[in-house]
Ligand binder design. Structure first.
Ligand code: AMP
Ligand code: MG
Length: 282
């Protein structure tokens, strides 16, 4: 489900975290492969045209699949043009700056993708739920975030924000599975169980964050993420859809650039020819 307007009431408990019955895993995998190929081509054009960039913000509760989504989506891209940044507990240096400082420096440059594993939204999520700064301070941040994303959009950044939506039951199964599976146990973090106790507070914080910062130039996409294969499909599909609309403009820019480069080359060649003829005449 896509949210593009500020101020609407959002009820996450009304949004199903399971994939729709009509979509099978096999069909989703086929479709994902096709989208991946299209994404690769789109990225190539965007890289060349250098008039847009993409910022993908991945948010979600512990074990919602942020890392998995990055693995699959970034796996479709040319590594040359994508950077992934994870935002954890702020360092002392980060804390000594305003909350957007550590984020802004990783905003993508023209032609590039930036993928954020957590983001500036933590400053109105964990910070709000765990009371890390006074209410007066975090309440102001929705406006700062909206302005920041508007600034990025004005610079040509296509901003896409994802909430990977899992059910409470699914999270419990995933956390227990991590404990059982020796290959996944490295991800265990006792804090995940602690955070789980604040489930409803996080729901409210996410609902507010989404409703206060959704915009046509920076939409929120709530992704049913109980099934990993469906989550990957929704993320890939929405990125491709957002980029497709720019393809014509990129092709035009690349066409103009190609003509200009050819003219430059022809000019350089004729100057060289003229030089050679002048030397012969001398
Ligand atoms: P992980 O994503 O599992 O590596 O965990 C990163 C941790 O950093 C999470 O528990 C986040 O809640 C926490 N975190 C990220 N940003 C902030 C922030 N601005 N303030 C406090 N904690 C944060
Ligand atoms: Mg974690």
């Amino acid at each position: 489900m896509v949210f593009t307007e500020r101020g609407g009431k959002i009820r996450l408990d009304r949004i199903c975290a399971d994939p729709p019955k009509a979509v099978t895993k096999e069909k989703a995998r086929e479709r994902f492969a096709r989208l991946g190929a299209e994404l690769f081509d789109l990225q190539d054009e965007m890289w060349g045209a250098k008039v847009n960039s993409v910022l993908i913000v991945l948010q979600g509760r512990d074990s919602a699949g942020k890392d998995g989504a990055i693995k699959h989506v970034a796996g479709c891209l040319n590594p040359r043009g994508v950077r992934v940044h994870s935002f954890g507990v702020p360092t002392d240096e980060e804390r000594e700056h305003d909350f957007l400082w550590r984020v802004h420096r990783h905003a993508p440059r023209l032609g590039e993708f930036a993928i954020f594993n957590r983001s500036h939204y933590e400053d109105v999520l964990v910070v709000r739920v765990r009371d890390l700064v006074p209410r007066k301070l975090w309440r102001e941040r929705y406006g700062h975030i909206a302005d920041f994303e508007e600034l990025l959009a004005e610079h040509g950044t296509i901003v896409l924000k994802y909430f990977l939506h899992i059910s409470k039951k699914e999270q419990k199964e995933r956390l227990l599975e991590r404990e059982r599976d020796p290959r996944a146990a490295w991800k265990l973090n006792p804090n995940d169980w602690k955070e789980r106790e604040y489930w409803d507070d996080y729901t409210e914080a996410y609902e507010d964050a989404i409703s206060r910062t959704a915009a046509p130039h920076a939409p929120w996409i709530v992704v049913p993420a109980n099934a990993k294969w469906y989550r990957n499909l929704v993320v890939a599909e929405s990125i491709v859809e957002a980029l497709r609309g720019h393809r014509k403009a990129w092709s035009r820019t690349l066409g103009d650039m190609g003509r200009k480069r050819r003219a430059e080359l022809a000019g350089a060649r004729s100057a060289r020819r003229a030089g050679r003829e002048r030397r012969r005449e001398d």
